[in-house]
Design a protein around this ligand. Structure first.
Ligand code: HEC
Ligand code: HEC
Ligand code: HEC
Ligand code: HEC
Length: 502
């Protein structure tokens, strides 16, 4: 009996070990396949479909990012926004983020990129493509970075045609994780941090995301091309010299006298935060404990004996078993409840900050109308600028309430303080000019708010639709002809936006 047990035990052990070895071997084989040089080098460039043959699992999970397709019109959800951004593109059109699969189409569809009629017309610079497509590093490497950053957005309409994909995060030579946008390494150096190449493997699993999920601005850069022509490039630059914080970036912008735009209602020289997701994440507990973006957003998935990274980048609350339960011991339901609680806490301060800032803009306009001078309003405008910067920083990378709850609440509290300070001063400025009991006009829905902000919505939509029926169609024809696009890959791009749906 004893021997039989022993025999069965060792047989079991042998089988288990050989299974394990098989799986280890398989993983080892896969790892080698991944890093094998240059598996696909000459053929694979930028089109995502080209990678499918070699990495079918990663490809098919990547493609599932198209399941996150819902358009959420943030200007409807938060009608303070058109007031806060009056005179700036975001007052026209602004949706919550969707899957990477739509990044490029959403950029083409948004009213912010306007309705160019040829390669030279505006309104946006080429820089607006930078975080949308693996065609960007392809063109930077072909034309040179400064040439890429020179000219209008429409210049590359027929070249930048594939949505965020493999060649954005992987070397198209070795397949290894890679960043192919030079602005990140420049910023890391300015901040005194290790470059991508010098970073740990775990940090690289963040830095690939930090190519795009960061705060940036377009730095005006004069240069001379090889034929001696003087040109001006607008180069994506991360303001990290004073550290990766809201205050550090604000100091950077203030010291160079920078503004993104002049506010249409209050004439304040404003800053627009982009999406400092990486910077904020670093201040949160997961960032500090070394849990990477990929740990939650790209959890390992077992398929038979093969383990791979799920490339369907999405909300990790959809994949809690693989994204959270690897470390957490409480029930999914309980953990989800904690996350919701964090969201609600943020929402309260978020709404207060937006209301106070929007009213501060409108009350400033009233003060101007009543005859207040720029000198009288200088302090008010400084408070609005600083407060709105902090508010925007806290919420522009949407789920900072989860990635960095304390920092988000701190920034919103400071934003509120600045907005209230501006409004208190405004009460006395208004009184001095004979205005008592002024209350700001109603901005409780998108229509009212856009009209107060002077957004000519119908005109913008008509122009955009014309562009979509003409130049945009031309772009794809040219791209197909030049071998940069498979028209089939566009078939499934669901055309939807805040102003039209099928
Ligand atoms: C090349 C630029 C780029 C890179 C690299 C990138 N992102 Fe994104 N990401 C975007 C853009 C742009 C959007 C918004 C797309 C849209 O709304 O159309 C987005 C959206 C998202 C979303 C929202 C998806 C949804 O379903 O709502 C998540 C989550 C996300 N990214 C996570 C990541 C993570 C994690 C990484 C790194 C592993 C990463 N991203 C790398 C540009 C990038
Ligand atoms: C937003 C960035 C991003 C994009 C886009 C992306 N990957 Fe990845 N990929 C990663 C990260 C992060 C890892 C994990 C690497 C690690 O830990 O070594 C990874 C891992 C891999 C691996 C190694 C095996 C595994 O699953 O962990 C392969 C192969 C791979 N990706 C192929 C692809 C292919 C093919 C595409 C396009 C369809 C693609 N990747 C798109 C970031 C990305
Ligand atoms: C500890 C896990 C975790 C880590 C680490 C993490 N995230 Fe997230 N992320 C989440 C969760 C959970 C949400 C969804 C929160 C919500 O909206 O309910 C989210 C949401 C997002 C979204 C917004 C999705 C949307 O549709 O609004 C983006 C973009 C994003 N994360 C990017 C990143 C980037 C970039 C990093 C690394 C710098 C990162 N995340 C690190 C858990 C994580
Ligand atoms: C790789 C491990 C790891 C993963 C994966 C992970 N966490 Fe955590 N989480 C931690 C650690 C470590 C802490 C810090 C507390 C501690 O040390 O116990 C933490 C703390 C938290 C906290 C409390 C901290 C706070 O901000 O108030 C919440 C909530 C949380 N995690 C939710 C999640 C969710 C949701 C996911 C999945 C989307 C997730 N975590 C994924 C390791 C992880």
């Amino acid at each position: 009996m004893k021997y039989k047990l022993l025999l069965a035990g060792s047989l079991f052990a042998i089988i288990a070990i050989s299974l394990l070895t098989a799986s280890v071997n398989q993983r080892e084989a896969e790892r080698i396949a991944i890093n094998e040089r240059p598996l696909v080098a000459q053929k694979i460039k930028h089109k995502n479909e080209e990678w499918a043959r070699y990495y079918p699992r990663q490809y098919s999970s990547w493609k599932k990012t198209k399941e996150s397709s819902q358009i959420i019109d943030m200007l409807k959800e938060k009608s303070q926004l058109p007031i806060l951004w009056a005179g700036y593109g975001f007052a026209k059109d602004y949706n919550a983020p969707r899957g990477h699969y739509y990044a490029l189409q959403d950029n083409v569809n948004t009213l912010r990129t306007g309705a160019p009629v040829d390669g030279k017309s505006g309104p946006m610079p080429t820089a607006c493509w930078t975080c949308k497509s693996p065609d960007v590093p392809r063109i930077m490497e072909r034309d040179g970075e400064l040439e890429y950053f020179t000219g209008k957005w429409a210049k590359y309409g027929s070249e930048i045609v594939n949505p965020i994909g493999c060649a954005d995060c992987h070397s198209n030579v070795t397949g290894e994780l890679n960043v192919r946008r030079p602005h990140l390494d420049r910023a890391l150096e300015a901040a005194g941090l290790p470059s991508f190449a010098d970073s740990t493997h775990q940090e690289r699993r963040n830095l690939v995301c930090a190519q795009c999920h960061v705060e940036y601005y377009f730095k005006k850069t004069e240069w001379t091309d090889k034929d001696g022509n003087k040109k001006v490039a607008k180069v994506v630059t991360l303001p990290w010299e004073n550290g990766l914080t809201a205050e550090g970036a604000e100091k950077y912008y203030d010291e160079m006298g920078f503004k993104d735009w002049t506010h249409k209602i209050s004439k304040t020289p404003m800053l627009k935060t982009q999406h400092p997701g990486y910077e904020l994440y670093k201040t949160g507990i997961h960032g500090q404990k070394g849990v990477s973006c990929a740990d939650c957003h790209m959890p390992y998935t077992q398929e038979g004996s093969v383990k791979y990274s799920d490339h369907q980048l999405q909300n990790p609350l959809e994949t809690m078993d693989r994204s959270c339960m690897t470390c957490h011991r409480e029930s999914e339901q309980k953990l989800r409840g904690i996350v919701t609680q964090k969201y609600k806490r943020k929402e309260q301060l978020h709404e207060l900050a937006m209301d106070n800032l929007a009213k501060a803009h409108l009350e400033t306009a009233k003060a101007m109308e009543a005859g207040a001078s720029d000198e009288e309003l200088a302090g008010v405008r400084a408070d609005i600028r600083s407060g709105q910067w902090k508010w925007d920083y806290a919420v522009a990378s949407h789920p900072a309430f989860f990635h960095a709850p304390e920092e988000t609440l701190r920034l919103l509290a400071v934003a509120n303080e600045s907005a209230m300070k501006a409004r208190l001063t405004l009460v006395s400025v208004l009184a001095k000019h004979g205005v008592m009991d002024y209350s700001a006009p109603d901005f409780s829905n998108k229509k009212n708010a856009q009209s107060l902000a002077g957004v000519p919505l119908e005109k913008l939509v008509a122009a955009k639709n014309k562009f979509k029926a003409t130049l945009e169609k031309e772009w794809y024809k040219i791209a197909v002809k030049n071998g940069n696009l498979n028209m089939d890959s566009r078939k499934e791009v669901d055309e939807e936006s805040s102003y039209f749906s099928k």
